[in-house]
Design a protein around this ligand. Structure first.
Ligand SMILES: Cc1cc2nc3c(=O)[nH]c(=O)nc-3n(C[C@H](O)[C@H](O)[C@H](O)COP(=O)(O)OP(=O)(O)OC[C@H]3O[C@@H](n4cnc5c(N)ncnc54)[C@H](O)[C@@H]3O)c2cc1C
Length: 361
């Protein structure tokens, strides 16, 4: 088989890379080990903002801002093209812990982001069922996507646009001749390609192997979540408190996330995390103590130092590119990352500065 551009991994990074390449006239082939969109990209919460965004370095803020300005239009395009609503929803984000309010204000001012400190009265109007606190930070423009719907919608969109998606096809090696990439190996046969984009999430380093993967400091970081079956009017906004967050979906389901665990590739859920998440959820929104929990799951984030993804060409192998390491922010950073990646693959002048995301940075 022959394909000009092959993308390894059918998560959000792979799908968005295919989408952005398509905008530049390139039809890539996606090769996925299992079923697309079932790993971290299924498990995530879909908040379109880093948590405590002022804590992140500027390269993360730049990608986030670029994507935040475009996500609503992108979601509409997907909905129209696929018939599945990815559920973009501007529900805003409340922070019940305000110890960092000064830092938050300075950051918001610097990047021209809407953020305000509100008192308990305003809080009780915005989100009446939350536990009372004296003050809160409010970011009214933060939106969310519903991950499983986003992935389903993207898949349908890509398939209808003629993108080939090969599932149940693990990539077992890269074919390289004289430092130039010539294709990939799979148990179903080799695929020749001039350009390969690695979007293997937490597995990216393993796919590259020890030698080629030495600069890619990506490791799995487990995150567990619960979902409550609540009524649609219980919680109108997203809420963050001491690292745990609630996300209300359009149909009333409420997610609580998440844990941050360095336990290698173990993807099982644990009773301790269940208790920790339930406690945090009921503390923020006491009504949840009476609300049934529908599911408990986990995902492996592609962790990277400071959460800065790796985007661009491999320094030693011509034709090999990476777009991975988005850690806790693969959805909010995904659109900008894929746009930068697609510019680099197609030799277009990039809108975003590629130096910040280089592999050998
Ligand atoms: C609990 C949790 C909450 C989160 N919340 C948010 C949030 O609110 N907002 C946000 O922006 N981000 C969030 N994230 C982070 C975000 O989900 C991830 O950064 C993102 O999904 C990573 O996408 P990915 O495509 O790189 O990885 P993945 O979705 O893991 O995709 C990688 C794909 O590569 C495939 N693969 C692996 N090895 C091979 C191989 N050898 N051959 C072929 N295919 C292979 C895998 O099967 C997988 O499908 C959260 C993550 C978790 C776990």
């Amino acid at each position: 088989m022959n394909s000009d551009v092959v993308i390894i991994g059918g998560g959000i990074a792979g799908f968005l890379s295919a989408y952005e390449l398509l905008q530049r006239g390139v039809k890539a082939t996606i090769v996925e080990r299992g079923e697309c969109g079932r790993e971290s990209s299924w498990a995530g919460g879909g908040i379109l903002s880093p948590l405590y965004p002022w804590r992140y370095p500027e390269p993360v803020t730049r990608l986030a801002s670029w994507g935040q300005a475009r996500y609503e239009a992108f979601a509409n395009t997907l909905y129209k093209g696929s018939g599945t609503d990815p559920e973009w929803l501007k529900s805003g984000l409340l922070f019940l812990d305000t110890e960092e309010k000064q830092q938050a204000r300075e950051w918001a001012e610097k990047f021209d982001i809407s953020l305000e400190l509100i008192d308990s009265k305003r809080l009780s109007v915005l989100s009446p069922s939350l536990k009372p606190v004296d003050e809160a930070i409010w970011m009214p423009d933060v939106a969310q996507m519903r991950n499983p719907r986003l992935m389903q919608s993207l898949k349908q969109f890509l398939l209808e646009a003629g993108i080939k998606i090969l599932e149940n096809t693990p990539v077992t090696g890269l074919k390289i001749s004289e430092n130039r990439l010539t294709g990939i190996k799979t148990p179903k046969g080799d695929i020749s390609a001039n350009r390969v984009v690695l979007t293997g999430g937490a597995w990216s380093r393993e796919i590259l192997g020890e030698e080629l993967g030495k600069d890619l400091r990506v490791e799995p970081v487990r995150g567990q979540m619960l979902i409550f079956k609540a009524s649609p009017d219980l919680l109108p906004t997203m809420v963050l408190n001491h690292g745990k967050y609630l996300i209300p979906r359009k149909d009333g389901h409420i997610l609580i996330g998440s844990t941050l665990e360095y336990v290698g590739f173990q993807k099982d859920t644990t009773p301790a995390a269940f208790d920790e998440l339930k406690l945090a959820a009921c503390d923020m929104l006491p009504e949840l103590a009476k609300t049934p929990i529908e599911k408990h799951w986990s995902g492996l984030r592609p962790g990277s130092p400071e959460g800065i993804p790796y985007i661009g060409p491999h320094p030693e192998v011509t034709g090999l590119f990476v777009n991975t390491g988005h850690f806790r922010n693969g959805v909010v950073l995904g659109l900008a990352s894929a746009s930068l990646l697609a510019d680099l693959v197609t030799n277009n002048p990039p809108e975003l500065d590629p130096c910040l995301y280089k592999l050998d940075r």
